[in-house]
Each structure stands twice: as structure tokens, then as C-alpha cells.
Write a protein that binds this ligand. Structure first.
Ligand SMILES: [Zn+2]
Length: 183
């Protein structure tokens, strides 16, 4: 399978800062997605780390355009959550409401993240309306697509530590889940 691994946000608009102030959504995934790509390649897949800035803009439509250029079979956008409340916690995954393959990928990836991080399982969530999370990303990607929010690392220190301290097992578990999805 050919998989696009899209870094959330943009070098000049990096999304949320982590609760410990040490990284941003953009810097975290820019650093760690090459590790996930290597895990996928070790299982015989093709994985491309995608940066929406290469498509020329900051919004989710540019992330979709950058993913489309890879001709991938599946596109994944990587983020982490933040909330006004520092107690909000957990893992969630988004998919496009009409995509059966996207929903299956979301279920498998969500389970893999929950199994590694052991945070609250907030479930998978469909995106159908323009006001919803990353609508333009889902609307414009030509392949099944999902968006992951593994933890509230932007506002909850425990979630932040859990994500940062488990990135290696998380990459391995995501690669295995995507390998299962391809079969
Ligand atoms: Zn984000």
C-alpha cells in the first residue's frame, strides 16, 4: 500500500503548543513521521511524509493537495488535541462520512492508538459539514483519508507525557494496524 503521512499545520502556523512547551503539533510530527514511514517500509509499504507547505499554503485544502500529489491509497493527517479545560483527555480519529474504507482505517488506527496510549477512547468521528474538523482536507482528498488526534497533548500534561514517551511503540503499532488494513 502507498500511504501519505501528512504533518498537521505549517512551519509558520504550527498548531497547538504542547502542554510542556517543548514542541508543537507541526514540530512533533515533522520529527516523528519519518520513523513511522520507516516502520511501514519495513513491512513492505510505500510511505511519503507530506508537508502542506510544499503545496503552497497553510489550510487543510493544501494538505489535501499535497496528499493527492503522492497518489497514495490512504492519507493520514497527524495532529494532537488541545482544550480550554486541562482535564480533557483521550484519543479520537476522524473520517469522511461517506467513505467506507476511511471508516475502517479510522477504526483500526484508533484501536492501535488506544492500545498503546491507554488514554480515554473518544471513538471515531465522521466529518460531513464545512464547520467540522478539517472539512476541506476530507472534501478534497481523492483517496480514503483519516485525521488522528491521539492525545490532548496541547492542554493536558499527562496526555502530553503519554504521547511523547510512547512515540516509538505508537509508530510500530500504527504501522501494524495499517499493514492489517491493507490486507
Ligand atoms: Zn491540529
Amino acid at each position: 500500500m502507498n500511504i501519505a503521512l501528512s504533518i498537521g499545520h505549517h512551519p509558520k502556523a504550527q498548531g497547538s503548543d504542547s502542554a510542556d512547551g517543548l514542541f508543537t503539533e507541526y514540530s512533533f510530527w515533522k520529527e516523528h513521521l519519518p520513523e513511522l514511514a520507516r516502520e511501514l517500509e519495513a513491512l513492505g509499504h510505500t510511505a511519503t511524509v507530506v508537508n502542506r507547505s510544499d503545496a503552497g499554503g497553510r489550510t487543510p485544502s493544501y494538505a489535501a493537495a499535497a496528499c493527492n500529489e503522492t497518489w497514495a491509497d490512504l492519507a493520514i493527517e497527524f495532529h494532537f488535541n488541545a482544550s480550554e479545560s486541562k482535564h480533557a483527555s483521550g484519543t479520537e480519529t476522524f473520517y469522511w462520512y461517506t467513505s467506507a474504507r476511511g471508516k475502517i482505517a479510522a477504526e483500526m488506527v484508533q484501536q492501535a492508538m488506544v492500545d498503546v496510549l491507554h488514554l480515554r477512547d473518544r471513538g471515531i468521528k465522521s466529518v460531513a459539514r464545512p464547520a467540522e474538523n478539517a472539512y476541506e482536507f476530507f472534501h478534497r482528498t481523492r483517496m480514503p483519508a483519516i485525521l488522528v488526534e491521539p492525545a490532548f497533548a496541547g492542554s493536558n500534561m499527562a496526555d502530553c507525557n503519554r504521547l511523547r514517551d510512547n512515540i516509538a511503540p505508537l509508530c510500530k503499532a500504527l504501522a501494524r494496524a495499517l499493514d492489517d488494513f491493507s490486507n
